[in-house]
Ligand binder design. Structure first.
Ligand code: C2O
Ligand code: CU
Length: 498
């Protein structure tokens, strides 16, 4: 975090030194040249500290507040297709996030956030999307294997009042996916105001494993989003926007401020989504107890993975099972973030119990020898920060196709996060329209928690990640950093699948 501050301070200084208008008038390549230069300068630690103190005011890492637990967690409505159709309307509204105060918000089929849409593998479904917002938007299905024309990237703009049917056949296994807008230049703000929903894919396997699957009883979605409210308890995105990722001090889980969740004294499945613009979470139990991870972004792990904490960068999901039967109910049990901010306290209802056993085998995911031995055919280098973020020295251009790939063919993408002189930052790298496999991280097999289908992978500075990527459909797909402000600042490219 520190290094980010220094870099922001540095850039701010460079821009001031070079005239304030420079940041708006320089071309991408000029800006990049500036950065490379800074990369080679040798500023002392102290000098950097001084700069940090004088310029860091709006980039200080904000601590998250603790949940007081006074509000029961909101549960998004669960919807399934009726006659093959799911209606999804993006709309504006007012939401009582704070007692007695109306906050202007966006939502899908409601004033804030969206439903959980449940579909099954093999089902043909039409998402009937409508834009009732006062501005253009798109409907992007994050993690869904869908033909490019239905993917809802920046090309598929819906003007206010417009409606569009997105028909496709669910062709992937059980997973917890999500959806959000993707219009060029307004994604970050629209998500910030509340546009995000979940998609559950179920399949024969998930229906037969015997995992906790009673929605809102022992199977809960948890959408983590940090926000900053102004004095009037409104979102003022432009006022708090940070080019390196907008963070806030106020935690909302499923849109609920100060949430608590009532669970049984039993095994409970939590489907976690980091739906924040930029903040990373390392989630753990305040008691230090373990839980079992059962799924990554795009499907089940082969076996439950016992762990004490899990890190999710923006866009990533995981499913975990917490065994609440082992807790003494006189103590508070809570999900906390790394610095011990209390995100979600639980109330344990002793009357509610189940006898669910988590099976030993959940899936048959494998990275084959063949995949491990494939040559690298696409190389990507992530570099920069703030407004000066690049993939392979380029910023996003809607009219430029960066790569092509053949439908159904597996290619190895090698992605390198090139550090700057202050270290750089982690970029959550996401590819549309596919679930990929992580073949290696810095040449080594990924840790168990990443041995499953993924669509977003956190790449730390100086790390090289190899992915086996296959697209089962044709069309144009985005790949980008899921820090939404980085994506908007141009850390995005396009692959056309032919
Ligand atoms: Cu979650 Cu390009 O998006
Ligand atoms: Cu990034």
């Amino acid at each position: 975090m520190k290094s980010r501050l220094w870099m922001t301070a540095l850039i701010a200084t460079a821009v001031i030194a070079g005239g304030c208008s420079a940041i708006n008038t320089k071309t991408a390549s000029e800006k990049k040249a500036d950065m490379e230069e800074m990369n080679h300068s040798n500023m002392s630690h102290e000098e950097m500290m001084n700069m940090e103190n004088s310029h860091a005011s709006h980039t200080n890492p904000l601590e998250l507040n603790n949940s007081t637990g006074e509000n029961e967690l909101a549960l998004p409505p669960l919807v399934e297709a009726k006659d093959g159709v799911v209606d999804i309307t993006a709309q504006q509204g007012k939401t009582e996030i704070f007692d007695g105060i109306q906050t202007d918000t966006y939502g899908y089929n409601g004033s804030f956030l969206g439903p959980v849409i449940r579909v099954s593998e093999g089902e043909t479904v039409t998402f009937r999307t409508k834009n009732h917002l006062p501005e253009p938007t798109t409907f992007h299905w994050h993690g869904v294997e869908i033909p490019g024309e239905g993917d809802g990237g920046p090309h598929q703009i819906l003007e206010p009042g417009a409606t569009e049917d997105v028909k496709f056949t669910v062709s992937q296994g059980a997973s917890t996916l999500w959806f959000h807008p993707h219009p060029e230049g307004a994604t970050a703000e629209q998500v910030y105001k509340g546009l995000a929903g979940l998609i559950y894919v179920e399949d024969e396997n998930s229906k037969n494993l015997g995992l906790p699957d009673e929605y809102g009883i022992n199977d809960f979605p948890l959408v983590f989003q940090d926000r900053q409210f102004n004095e009037d308890k409104q979102f003022d995105y432009q006022a708090v926007r940070n080019e390196d990722g907008t963070i806030g001090d106020t935690m909302l889980v499923n849109g609920t401020l100060n949430p608590n969740l009532t669970v049984g004294k039993e095994k409970v499945r939590l489907r976690l989504l980091n739906g924040s613009n930029a903040r990373n979470y390392t989630l753990k139990l305040n008691t230090g107890d373990t839980f079992e991870q059962i799924a990554t972004d795009g499907g089940f792990l082969n076996k439950p993975n016992e762990m004490k904490e899990i890190t999710l960068t923006p866009g990533e999901r995981a499913e975990i099972v917490v065994d609440f039967s082992k807790f003494d109910t006189s103590n508070v049990v809570a999900l906390v973030n790394e610095a011990d901010s209390i995100l979600l306290p639980f109330k344990i209802d002793e009357q509610r119990t189940n006898t669910v056993e988590i099976p030993e085998t959940l899936n048959d995911y494998v990275v084959t020898e063949e995949e491990k031995n494939l040559p690298v055919t696409k190389k990507l280098e992530l570099f920069g920060m703030g407004e000066m973020v690049y993939i392979n020295d380029k910023q996003f251009d809607m009219n430029r196709i960066d790569f092509t790939q053949k439908q159904g063919e597996t290619e190895i993408w090698e992605i390198y996060n090139k550090p700057d002189m202050m270290g750089g930052m982690t970029h959550p790298f996401h590819i549309h329209g596919t679930q990929f496999k992580i073949v290696s991280i810095d040449g080594k097999e990924p840790s168990v928690e990443l041995q499953g289908w993924k669509d977003t992978v956190a790449i730390e500075p100086d790390q090289t990640v190899k992915l086996a990527v296959r697209f089962n459909n044709k069309g144009i797909y985005m790949f980008h950093c899921h820090v939404l402000e980085h994506e908007e600042n141009g850390m995005m490219g396009q692959v056309e699948v032919l």
